[in-house]
Ligand binder design. Sequence first.
Ligand SMILES: Nc1ncnc2c1ncn2[C@@H]1O[C@H](COP(=O)(O)OP(=O)(O)OP(=O)(O)O)[C@@H](O)[C@H]1O
Length: 206
Amino acid sequence: MLHIKSVTCIKQERCLFADLNFSLKSGQIMQLAGPNGAGKTSLLRIIAGFSTPDEGLVMWQGESIAKNYDEFARQLLFIGHKTGVNSQLSAIENLRFWLRIQGYNTDQDLYSLLAKIGLVGLEDVPVRTLSAGQQRRVALIRLWLNDAKLWVLDEPFTALDKAGVAFLQQRFLAHLEQGGAILLTTHQDLTTHFNELQTVTLEYRH
Ligand SMILES: Nc1ncnc2c1ncn2[C@@H]1O[C@H](COP(=O)(O)OP(=O)(O)OP(=O)(O)O)[C@@H](O)[C@H]1O
């Protein structure tokens, strides 16, 4: 599905990583590990096509993502460290916005979806008035509103409580069972939940 081929990234004259190679197949989950500043977010942004590598290629289904980026973007769900939630809008309004820009039906029962993720009674207040963990839950609802094959998630567990982490892990398992793939950064230990977890570790390079 996804191939990272000889990818190099240089920022502020520091080489974050060089000649990086790995693949991610349907049904697989991969954790990007490494210390602060090692380049994990930079790599996720390259893989999502938001920035270009100094050398190398990101390939999706056998072709460079640059070749048919629109098609790749349709199969990608990226949720960054910054949540991408409009904090002036309510959770329901954010959901309707995401559905609309993807061309999906907005008549779904969004209240029951928000209830599932623990936001009963908070559906219609501005997201900025919610706690950090509740705001993260709003951002993560896109995982239920999307049929993208490849999920690229930068620290998705941040600010979530134990129940939130467990709920998200269940959603990951369902996505993998349906043939999706997940690439994520996290400081959580995922090995007990995902038998086939792969890890790529970036060292901090000076
Ligand atoms: N747009 C940019 N311009 C200049 N330097 C950048 C830019 N983005 C990232 N960097 C630098 O690249 C390095 C790696 O940053 P990055 O955010 O990829 O690390 P990270 O491994 O995700 O770190 P953390 O664990 O703290 O989130 C940092 O030293 C950062 O200052």
